[in-house]
Design a protein around this ligand. Structure first.
Ligand code: FES
Length: 120
């Protein structure tokens, strides 16, 4: 193992790849929503996930290619697309879906688990 392999392995451990049960992507705009709104939701997502301790990886995205009706929160492996994710909605999605495992059906705009992914 060379230095870059060791650095990569350390980075994967730090991001929680080995224990992650979900990966969420939040688009913070600027086309689907105002960037200020997207970033406000992002801050809630980061804080609530850290407080919850659930093994979820998170990625801040600049575009998920729908470009309207955001901020969008995409949850894998379920392939759930939540639209219009305000900070208040984000709090509930984290608590009910990411911690509790219950999808917040009323805010689901689309569901598309990628082929081969486990659906719950
Ligand atoms: S800018 Fe958010 S989906 Fe394109």
């Amino acid at each position: 193992m060379d230095d870059s392999d060791a650095a990569n392995a350390a980075a994967f451990r730090k991001m929680g790849l080995g224990s992650a049960q979900r990966h969420v992507f939040l688009c913070v705009g600027p086309d689907c929503c105002a960037s200020t709104a997207g970033l406000a939701t992002w801050e809630v997502l980061k804080r609530r996930l850290a407080l919850s301790g659930v093994p979820v990886m998170r990625t801040k995205a600049a575009c998920l290619r729908i470009c309207q009706g955001g901020p969008w929160l995409l949850v894998y492996p379920e392939g759930i697309w939540y639209g219009g994710v305000t900070p208040e909605r984000c709090e509930r999605i984290v608590q009910e879906h990411l911690v509790g495992g219950r999808i917040v059906q009323e805010w689901v705009v689309e569901r598309y688990p990628l082929p081969g992914m486990i659906s719950s």
